[in-house]
Design a protein around this ligand. Structure first.
Ligand SMILES: Nc1nc2c(ncn2[C@@H]2O[C@H](COP(=O)(O)OP(=O)(O)OP(=O)(O)O)[C@@H](O)[C@H]2O)c(=O)[nH]1
Ligand SMILES: [Mg+2]
Length: 731
């Protein structure tokens, strides 16, 4: 029965008596009266009887005035329920999502494969972001009350809530950031019996509901946890003044969780009055920066004075225009309220507002509103002005309607946004998942396209190397021909005999033959060496180029090429120009060393151990590799007996004739051709082998992908099922 009698209302509105007169009537002092009016708990049955007696009302009549106690405000149930429903759905989706993902992950572990394909892995991670993204959109809009001390911020919040939760009085009262949330928003770790938490931090960052649970968990900044009386204990300037002496950097935050109808759709921030002191200013400004909605309060009698203007401008400049889409009114997260409206006449209110707008514009540039957009102007600004009075609900009626409409609009926009985000994100995920699946399936089922690309590449390196070896063959033959022609002229052989002072005897004539053979051999060696060196270095370059190309496929081309060419060469017993490559291992030696130290292959994971395989293959060749051409052409030559002067020229003539008859140059050329043909053969065979290795690599990669595809399909299906649920139940 106690809470239903409003003594203050009864005295002011029914009896129309001031405090002193009423105190005198009751034979009490004003302080006692204020105590009675401040807390109905202080009114005992004896006091009720006394009031009734002294005012000539019956007890029944007194309690009939209860209907004058204004009802707490509330939002349209449908909207708050809708928000709850969408939020619940989002959370459910998120949870089932998490569970299903865990299940799939578990299954994957049991089957002994890991997510190897980067695309699937990335997709998996992206999926987890949908839920938080949507629920964040559905966060309850925070309504901050800003204004000078005594503007009536705490009082107005109390009216809206239908409580006397927040301390109010004609002196700077509020010194903390007071968050008021619904009791259902209470973090579990506060405890069932508690509903208020006091937190104090030095951090620049604002403490809010999203990190409250964590803060309580760590306990580091928690000052007190208990009931609503903590608001008075820690939320008033008295407390903060004491604190300030030691430390004036910190901010006090008080979270209260109560059951008030409007809190199902929003939450309040009550702030210290601005202009009281620098610290309170900062606290208030912090709060509005964080809030979705700002209610700027100012007493009617001193409505929006110069000292308010700086704050108003800041608030407008940073006001969210997020809810302005769809042609809605501008500044629709912002209201200016003139409190204590009963202190001025009704007709004055409009005049006060007009003058305030004019005062504001007077200190702005002429294009101030236009810069926000074409729909912003003086009128749209003026429309945000409302009157309110905590004692007279009729005066507050337009404000009440505007406030509720604004909050319902914001909630609807938030719900719509969240659905849109969810719908879009899910559709996007399905599309992306299917694209990845398509791409991976194509890699397995139609490797032809990829394969042909690689084929072209394999063909390309083969052609490149064969063309090179062919060129080297031609160059070698041509060089040899030129060298041969120089050595085997009558003049040069005659000159050689003279120079070496060979005698006209059998022994010296054999020496001449050996010398000629050595000369040809050396020439041949030099020509082949030079061309093989060039071939080797060009091959090295080609291999590197191709290695770079295949690297993106995790395929170690160089390693396989060396291994394969060594295999072919040793099994066929031919080396050709590869002998230079195997013999010097110039850059490739360095390459192998690099591979071992960098552990490149093991990082690739698929083909560990092949480096040692290559090294073993090369060392199996054994011994220094030479360009040995075991030609014993000269053994078939006949040493003629030639007598008399001019034997040298005659012998030279005879040799040239014999060489021609035996086809010595052709035989050498044949060797050169074989040499390069061997080179070409090793090249072709080696590349064929690398290609086979690559096919194997592709197959193994395909197997990995194949193992990933069911996993990916499960994920996509999961997303699809979420979409169905979403479509059916909410959209
Ligand atoms: N008549 C009348 N009195 C009001 C109204 N609003 C507030 N008051 C009174 O004004 C005094 C100050 O109100 P508060 O709610 O404490 O003001 P506040 O803005 O929270 O002040 P701080 O916390 O100091 O920043 C209290 O005594 C209220 O009862 C109103 O609309 N009409
Ligand atoms: Mg206050």
């Amino acid at each position: 029965m106690n809470g239903e009698f409003d003594l203050n209302y009864f005295r002011e509105k029914i009896l129309k008596m001031n405090k002193q007169d009423f105190a005198d009537l009751m034979e009490i002092d004003v302080i006692t009266l204020e105590m009675w009016e401040g807390d109905p708990d202080n009114l005992t049955m004896r006091i009720y009887k006394e009031i009734a007696e002294k005012t000539d009302y019956t007890l029944e009549q007194l309690f009939n005035f209860k209907e004058h106690v204004p009802l707490p405000w509330k939002l349209d149930n449908k909207i708050t329920e809708k928000r709850e429903k969408v939020l619940k759905k989002v959370l459910e989706n998120e949870q089932s999502f998490e569970e299903a993902l865990l299940e799939i992950e578990q299954k994957e572990l049991e089957e002994g494969f890991e997510i190897n394909v980067a695309e699937v892995k990335g997709y998996f991670e992206e999926l987890k972001k949908i839920g938080p993204l949507c629920s964040n959109r559905l966060r309850k809009p925070l309504v901050a009350f800003i204004g000078a001390s005594d503007a009536g911020k705490s009082s107005l919040i109390n009216v809206i809530l239908g409580t006397d939760l927040l301390p109010m009085a004609f002196q700077p009262m509020t010194a903390a950031i007071n968050y008021v949330y619904h009791e259902l928003d209470k973090p579990e770790n506060i405890g069932d019996e508690n509903n208020t938490v006091v937190v104090r931090t030095n951090h620049e960052q604002l403490v809010d509901i999203s990190n409250l649970e964590n803060i309580i968990e760590t306990g580091e900044h928690v000052i007190a946890i208990g009931r609503t009386n903590l608001i008075r204990e820690y939320g008033l300037n008295k407390y903060n003044e004491e604190i300030n002496e030691e430390n004036n950097q910190g901010l006090t935050y008080i979270f209260t969780f109560i059951d008030a109808p409007i809190l199902t759709g929003l939450a309040f921030i009550d702030t210290p009055g601005i202009s009281a002191n620098e610290k309170d200013n900062q606290t208030a400004l912090k709060a509005y920066q964080y809030a979705d909605v700002t209610i700027y309060l100012s007493q009617m009698s001193s409505f929006l004075r110069e000292e308010d203007m700086i704050f108003i401008k800041q608030i407008i400049d940073s006001s969210s225009r997020e809810f302005d889409q769809d042609g809605r009114v501008p500044f629709n997260n912002l209201l200016f309220v003139g409190s204590h409206a009963d202190s001025v006449g009704n007709s004055d209110i409009s005049e006060i507002f007009n003058r305030a707008v004019a005062r504001f514009l007077n200190v702005q540039t002429s294009t101030y509103f236009a810069k926000f957009g074409p729909t912003y102007n003086q009128e749209t600004f003026r429309k945000r002005f409302y009157a309110s009075d905590i004692k007279d609900p009729r005066l507050s009626q337009p404000f009440k309607q505007a406030f509720i409409a604004m909050m319902e609009n914001i909630l609807s926009v938030k719900i719509r946004q969240s659905r849109l985000v969810q719908k879009k994100a899910i559709e996007e995920m399905i599309k992306t998942g299917k694209k990845i699946e398509e791409h991976l399936t194509a890699r397995i089922n139609f490797p032809a396209t990829k394969e042909s690309l690689k084929k072209y590449k394999f063909q390309q390196i083969e052609e490149e190397l064969l063309r090179l070896s062919n060129t080297k063959k031609e160059v070698s033959i041509r060089d040899f021909h030129n060298a041969y022609a120089k050595i085997f002229t009558i003049n040069s052989i005659e000159g050689l005999i003279k120079k070496k002072e060979f005698k006209n005897n059998q022994e010296d004539k054999k020496k001449i033959l050996l010398l000629l053979q050595n000369m040809v051999d050396e020439k041949l060696q030099a020509i082949l060496k030079e061309n093989s060196d060039d071939f080797s270095s060009k091959m090295d370059g080609s291999i590197k180029k191709f290695n770079d190309f295949f690297n993106s496929e995790n395929f170690d081309f160089t390693n396989f090429f060396i291994k394969s060419s060594t295999d072919v060469a040793t099994s066929l017993g031919i080396y050709g120009a590869f002998s230079i490559l195997f013999g010097s291992l110039g850059n490739l030696g360095g390459y192998l060393l690099f591979m071992q130290t960098a552990g490149f292959l093991s990082s690739v994971g698929l083909y560990g151990g092949t480096v040692s395989g290559t090294a073993t293959a090369i060392s199996a060749i054994g011994g220094p590799l030479t360009l040995g051409l075991a030609l014993i052409i000269f053994s078939g030559l006949v040493v003629f007996n030639i007598f008399g002067d001019g034997w040298m020229r005659k012998y030279a003539k005879q040799l040239v004739k014999q060489f021609e008859k035996l086809g010595v140059e052709q035989k050498y050329s044949m060797e050169i051709i074989r040499y390069w043909d061997d080179t070409a053969k090793i090249t072709a065979e080696a590349i064929k082998k690398v290609e086979e290795e690559y096919a194997q690599h592709q197959k193994e990669t395909a197997q990995i992908i194949q193992a990933e595809i069911p996993f990916l399909r499960d994920l996509v299906q999961l997303v699809e099922s979420v979409k169905v649920a979403e479509d059916e139940k909410i959209l």
